[in-house]
Design a protein around this ligand. Structure first.
Ligand code: NDP
Length: 485
């Protein structure tokens, strides 16, 4: 911010000239303050209401604007206009940690949110992903409990690694994501030096109505860079806003970070017999089975001018899907379709989609109306169908996953198992085949540090059994550094 000779006069929020920036209205210089000082009362009342509830997860974050450009013809897979060759679409990308509160430090060990809003010509498309291709659980029934275990205790209001490991070891499907989290990628050096993944499996539909299953991989063009555990911890005290600052400063320097979008594409019919359940959020699709297809580039080149208006009030929702893109039987995705818009209605109000950062750049012809803080409302006719020239739904434009069939008895059950489904196969593969020797050492010592931060002795055998199932060599390395009191 530079000093300028701004000559504007202060007003209150009704535009009325403010009586003073310094003095309250009193009966005599030393006398009591009068209730008729509307200006003072408005300032105090507004101040008390400055905070909207912080996000219950992903509270601390930052973001920037930019664009996404497609360089490959993939019209055989999707008719979505945002993914047609040559299309350039404005985007907002918000990064975040998951478990910490709004003021928490950036560099702690945690997955990072990687949430993109594409302002497409067919309405907003939101891809609300993370910097990991997988997640801790696969059924939304467990999400609230999972998050409770990672946040604060009821009694001391402190975080407790014993309860974190309790949940993880009782939920073996978490092993893949916990391996990722404890690896060097659990502490990215900056938001710019990490990948982003759509994580879920989505459906793409082409102009002929053919359907495909897809996964999104945004690979950083800056290269992957991570902090060690010690560096990340040191940065917590040196600069708790390190990631926020790094992104803003790099864009200010015109070093615009970018990511290349690669897709994995599975023909619709292959899902049934694929060796892993392709909708299970705790699994990846090995690249050898479904190679990455580079299709476009996302670049961030504009910092927000106003954090609260453009980032804190940004509302991403996995339910914002445009024609040519649809959901899949991923149960976590199903849960998120409901929970995100529900959170926004609670957090920032029922008409959050009219806020400038959330409003689509395409035309809105909705019959939804009224409600708190609505400032654009449909005129008559206010219902459909009508005979007075109001908008009509054109279901061909949307083209939902027509032709899909769903059958089955009502049950509460695990996903059906595919040939190679097992909780520990993929994390074991990550350890044995992907990590370099130094990364294996770091993984083992990061796990041990975390265990040493609060796991109790009666929990330890379960924790060690969990890592033995991932890989016995990893468990042996971990046990060397474990010092449970
Ligand atoms: P590949 O050898 O074909 O791919 C392994 C992938 O792992 C790399 O392409 C890279 O993906 C990612 N990777 C590289 N170094 C690290 C690291 N230090 N920490 C975490 N991930 C890393 O093998 P598969 O596709 O068969 O996958 C093997 C294992 O790799 C999986 O079980 C999974 O744990 C992990 N992995 C797989 C991904 C996938 O979508 N198939 C994606 C990421 C990890 P990237 O460029 O996306 O970072």
């Amino acid at each position: 911010m530079e000093a300028t000779g701004n000559q504007n006069h202060t007003t209150n929020d009704a535009g009325i000239p403010a009586p003073s920036d310094e003095y309250s209205l009193t009966a005599g210089a030393d006398g009591p303050i009068l209730l008729s000082d509307h200006y003072l009362i408005q300032k105090m009342a507004q101040f008390n209401r400055e905070r909207v509830p912080e996000r219950v997860v992903h509270a601390k974050g930052g973001g920037a604007f930019g664009s996404f450009e497609v360089f490959e013809d993939i019209s055989e897979y999707t008719k979505a206009k945002v993914f047609q060759k040559g299309a350039k679409t404005d985007v907002l990308l918000r990064f975040s940690t998951v478990a910490g509160e709004a003021g928490s430090p950036d560099t702690v060990r945690d997955p990072r949110g990687f949430a993109i809003k594409f302002y497409t010509s067919e309405g907003n498309y939101d891809l609300v992903g993370n910097n990991t291709p997988i997640f801790f659980i696969r059924d939304p029934q467990k999400f609230q409990d999972f998050i409770h275990s990672q946040k604060r205790r009821a009694d001391t209001h402190t975080r407790d690694s014993n309860m974190q490991w309790d949940f993880w070891t009782l939920s073996p499907e978490s092993a893949h994501q916990v391996t990722f989290l404890m690896s060097d990628r659990g502490t990215p050096r900056t938001w710019r030096h990490q990948n982003g993944y759509g994580s879920h499996t989505f459906m793409w539909i082409n102009a002929s109505g053919e359907k495909f299953w897809v996964k999104y991989h945004f690979k950083t063009d800056q290269g992957i860079e991570n902090f060690t555990d010690a560096q990340a911890k040191a940065m917590v005290s040196e600069d708790p806003d390190f990631h926020l600052r790094d992104l803003a400063e790099s864009i200010s320097r015109r070093e615009f970070p970018s990511w290349t979008l690669n897709m994995q594409i599975m023909p619709f019919a292959q899902a049934q017999d694929y060796r892993f359940n392709p909708f299970d959020l705790t699994k990846v699709w090995p690249h050898a089975d479904y190679p990455l297809i580079p299709i476009g580039r996302l670049t961030l080149d504009r910092n927000p001018e106003n954090y609260f208006a453009q980032i804190e009030q940004a509302a991403f929702e996995p339910s914002n899907l445009v024609p040519g893109i649809d959901t899949s039987p991923d149960k976590m995705l199903m849960g998120r379709l409901f929970s995100y818009p529900d959170a926004h209605r609670y957090r920032i109000g029922t008409n959050y989609l009219q806020l400038p950062v959330n409003r689509p750049k395409s035309q809105v012809n909705s019959y939804n109306r009224d409600g708190s803080m609505r400032f654009e409302n449909p005129n008559d006719p206010v219902y459909a169908p009508n005979s007075f020239g109001g908008p009509r739904a054109n279901s061909e434009l949307y083209g939902e996953a027509a032709g899909s069939t769903v059958t089955g008895e009502l049950v509460r059950a695990a996903y059906s198992k595919h040939r190679d489904d097992d909780e520990f196969v993929q994390p074991g593969e990550l350890y044995r085949s992907v990590l370099a020797e130094s990364e294996k050492e770091n993984l083992a010592s990061n796990i041990a540090n975390h265990i040493n931060s609060g796991v109790q002795s009666d929990m330890l055998p379960r924790v060690m059994e969990y890592w033995t199932k991932v890989d016995p060599d990893l468990a042996a390395r971990v046990s060397k550094s474990v010092q449970v009191k």
